[in-house]
Design a protein around this ligand. Structure first.
Ligand code: 5GP
Ligand code: MG
Length: 462
């Protein structure tokens, strides 16, 4: 279970766009650490550099200097479809039927099997196992006067989640699926220069001013004609991923006008009412659990303490996302602070339980460090259903809450008590209408039907 991807785009004649894209991607590194890349265009040609690992392993100063142009897109990747191989790194580049483009995708296409067979019927050979290449080819296969028209037509055949940045030799486009499942926002630099990013924290880093989010079903084009918008496809309803608020997004980002830090603090506050307990200290699991722990402490009056230290130097570079690594990973990553937890009744706040492995290990670690009681409080409801829209929980049986009751989970993780935030509490904490969200991982109510043949490594298994 890892982050979904981050996308970035910039149209800024006169600026060092490769460097700005690099900075922007730094602010999106939390959304994917397996691979990253930047594509730059100079009006005629598109240059691309990408690799496996973290941004600072992939880009050198010389490489950044060699990427010259006036517009760029970039991507940080965690694999939700297709495995972690270099061919699947993004942006992808496609040159087909007279159209040259680079594309960066966050999300997951659910009718990829259907699209792959359609594309191979058209005589196309796919080079990667990621669904993003399907999107690229689908775009170039459409007839249209310009790229906007082709993308709009392609959107009619796409199912699932996609927030895209697309680069042509002289334009940058931002595209969002009709439900707006994954986030995507627009920022403005001085003058007619524009930035697109998965999260607003990436705008702040390049000194762009937040303008607005890309609407569900919208295509936004930045070019020498300024910023133009097309309503490409009608939006049945908004279904913004609620897990962005729970876990993914960085606390300094705003999504749907809501600051993530503030929402998480309220989650903690409401959780302290719903899961009230007598205790001596509240600690959070860094990084994501910390904010809710602070909210829990503030609202309950139980003092907040730093109970777990996180080793910052554990990158995920080249680490395979499999169970063996997850099993040993936690000791490298977290250590208890005896000073805070020894002989104490501890409230341990975290944002979510997915498989229950990490949480169980943390609980055990705290008891070994001398905690008297460990009351686990989770600032989201149980995650019981797989995500098919870009979060790596596609295998339902791996989700502990899909198999076990809350009491059974408590026993499994060895906690003194366990309480989850209710869905109502979560929605109140965010402060937006429930109908605006995709809550499928919590409720099983998917905004759109999932094709029955959909499966994570589908394309590779063919
Ligand atoms: P578990 O106990 O299920 O093994 O792990 C729970 C932890 O996983 C929580 O601390 C939560 O923050 C974290 N988590 C939830 N979703 C993701 C994800 O997509 N990627 C990563 N790296 N951690 C996640
Ligand atoms: Mg965590």
């Amino acid at each position: 279970m890892r982050e979904s991807c981050g996308v970035f785009g910039i149209y800024a004649p006169g600026e060092d766009v490769a460097r700005l894209a690099y900075f922007g991607l730094f602010a999106l590194q939390h959304r994917g650490q397996e691979a990253a890349g930047i594509a730059v265009a100079n009006g005629e040609r598109i240059f691309l550099h990408k690799g496996l690992g973290l941004l600072n392993n992939i880009f050198t100063e010389e490489m950044l200097q060699s990427l010259e142009g006036h517009c760029a897109i970039g991507h940080t990747r965690y694999s939700t479809t297709g495995s972690n191989i270099i061919l699947n790194a993004q942006p992808i580049f496609i040159s087909h039927r007279g159209e040259k483009l680079a594309l960066a995708h966050n999300g997951n296409i659910t009718n990829s099997l259907f699209l792959a067979s359609y594309l191979s019927d058209q005589g196309l050979t796919l080079h990667s196992t990621s669904d993003s290449e399907l999107i690229g080819f689908l775009i170039t296969l459409q007839d249209g006067a310009n790229i906007e028209e082709k993308i709009a037509k392609a959107m009619r055949s796409l199912k699932g989640a996609y927030s895209l940045t697309v680069l042509t030799p002289n334009k940058v486009l931002a595209v969002r699926d009709p439900y707006g499942i994954r986030p995507l926002c627009i920022g403005k630099l001085n003058g007619e220069r524009w930035v697109f990013a998965s999260e607003s924290c990436a705008l702040s880093l390049v000194d762009a001013e937040f303008v607005r989010e890309v609407d569900p079903g919208e295509i936004v084009v930045a070019s020498e004609e300024g910023l133009r918008s097309y309503k490409a496809i009608s939006s049945p309803r908004k279904a913004v991923c609620i897990f962005e608020f729970i876990y993914f997004a960085r606390p300094d980002s705003d999504i749907e006008g809501v600051n993530i830090h503030r929402a998480r603090r309220r989650m903690g506050a409401i959780l302290s009412q719903e899961g009230a307990v007598e205790a001596d200290v509240v600690i959070g699991v860094p990084d994501t659990g910390t904010t809710a722990a602070i909210g829990f402490s503030e609202a309950s009056g139980i003092p907040y303490g730093e109970g777990l230290l996180k080793n910052k130097y554990i990158g995920r570079t080249f680490i395979l996302p499999d169970q063996r690594i997850r099993d040993m990973g936690i000791k490298l990553k977290l250590t208890p602070l005896l000073e805070t937890v020894k002989s104490k009744r501890v409230v341990l706040v975290d944002d979510s339980i997915v498989r229950g492995t990490t949480t169980g290990k943390i609980v055990r670690m705290l008891f070994e460090a001398g905690a008297k009681e460990v009351h686990v409080r989770i600032s989201s409801p149980p995650i019981s259903y797989p995500c098919f829209f870009g979060i790596d929980t596609a295998v339902r049986s791996e989700l502990i809450a899909s198999r076990l009751s809350v009491e059974e989970i408590r026993e499994y993780i060895g906690a003194t008590s366990l309480k989850y935030l209710s869905l109502g509490g979560l929605i109140r904490a965010i402060g937006l209408p429930r109908e605006n969200f995709c809550t499928a991982c919590l409720t099983g109510a998917y905004p759109e039907e999932i094709p029955s043949d959909f499966h994570k490594l589908l394309l590779e298994q063919r």
